[in-house]
Design a protein around this ligand. Structure first.
Ligand code: EPU
Length: 347
């Protein structure tokens, strides 16, 4: 990807390779940000105030509608370090532009377990807290310590601790306040708290089955990471080969009455009880039962091995993605009276 070594934005930048669904579109202006200092200078000297702004990480949770008539800030701040250590934990910090999976791998190599269940999730460190990435029984919120973000109105750097991030299921204050869309706060680094009293989280059925198949009775963190990678490779398409944005919808959380009604009609429906008494349903199951698993609409389809993932079979546009999204939402609503909300960000 072209770098803006002077820091000045590039005009008419092609975003097709900057989003993992490989949707076409150009940014009116684009700048690659490689340091917090550069970002601060950019705010004070070079960012036209009235222009729409969008902060891009790995582009792995993004639906590009077409051309973007604003400024795309591509976060490429690298680096990772042990920021501190006490009796309880290792505190590990990484730049927002680091590859998430590479960062997880580095922590494991250092002998600091805790992030292994989140192996192979596409995207960057800076994007991880925004949608509170999660997989196989762990959400990043559970390993989060704090982050630094640049307030793009003032140019000041602000620290967010766990409470300030207001994490929820695939949710945080950045989404709640719309900052992920207007780029008001731009995350520059994230610090994770990795407890020294590590416990394996290997109860998720598919991970347990993978470890059992390898005759591993009590897995260490690297073995869990390897099992997670194996399960993900089997079920989820590699964006480098089959363009996709991971899970396309949230798993819907419904009230007890709705869950009861659905379970009575569909005893096989996967339902996960939540702390607040509600139930999380498996959207992939609903989509499969609605007939969309492996089914295409134009150049996009719901993936044949995981119905929750939409894939671009080649040449799709943002409009094709929206058309399939709406068709799936309509059919799941007609069959189950359950609303599906998309997980990716729409630009
Ligand atoms: N299922 C089906 N048909 C399908 C897909 C799934 O019946 O086509 C059923 C499965 O049999 C299982 C249930 O649905 O009983 C759940 O499926 P799975 O374990 O694959 O997980 P998921 O709920 O579909 C979530 C996350 C994933 C994460 C996995 C594993 C969301 C929106 N998605 O998917 O996260 O990797 O659990 O923890 O919460 C992502 O967010 O991009 C993502 C990939």
């Amino acid at each position: 990807m072209a770098a803006t070594d002077s820091g000045w934005p590039l005009a008419g930048f092609d975003l097709a390779r900057a989003n993992t669904l490989a949707l076409p579109g150009h940014a009116a202006l684009y700048a690659e940000i490689t340091s917090a200092d550069q970002l601060a200078r950019f705010v004070s000297e070079r960012s036209p105030g009235s222009l729409r702004r969008f902060v891009l990480g790995g582009g792995s949770n993004l639906v590009l509608s077409g051309d973007f008539d604003g400024l795309v800030l591509h976060m490429a701040i690298g680096g990772h370090e042990l920021a501190g250590e006490d009796d309880e934990a290792w505190y590990v910090r990484a730049g927002a532009g680091e590859s998430w999976h590479d960062f997880v791998g580095w922590t494991l190599t250092q002998g600091w377990p805790g992030l292994e269940n989140l192996s192979l999730i596409p995207g960057t460190v800076g994007a991880a807290p925004i949608q509170n990435i999660g997989a196989y029984g762990l959400e990043v919120a559970e390993r989060f310590h704090s982050l630094t973000a640049c307030d793009m109105d003032s140019g000041e750097f602000v620290r967010f601790d766990r409470a300030a991030c207001r994490f929820g299921y695939r949710d945080s204050v950045f989404k709640q306040e719309g900052w992920h869309l207007d780029g008001r706060f731009v995350i520059t680094d994230v610090t994770f708290l990795l407890p020294k009293a590590w416990q394996a989280l290997a109860g998720y059925a598919e991970i347990a089955a993978e470890l059992a198949a390898q005759s591993i009775a009590s897995a260490d963190a690297r073995q869990i990471a390897a099992a997670v990678v194996a399960v993900r490779r089997r079920k989820l398409p590699d964006p480098a080969q089959i363009p996709n944005a991971g899970s396309f919808f949230h798993n819907p959380v419904v009230d007890v009455a709705t869950a009861g009604r659905l379970r009575a009609a569909y005893p096989a429906l996967p339902c996960y009880p939540q702390a607040d008494g509600r139930c999380k349903l498996a959207a992939g199951w609903l989509i499969e039962q609605a007939g969309w698993k492996g089914k295409a609409l134009g150049p996009v389809s719901m993936y044949e091995k995981q119905a929750l993932v939409m894939i671009n079979r080649g040449g799709a546009t943002g409009a094709d993605v929206r058309a399939l999204m709406q068709a799936v939402q309509r059919d799941v609503m007609d069959k189950f009276a359950v609303a599906l909300t998309p997980e990716p960000i729409f630009l």
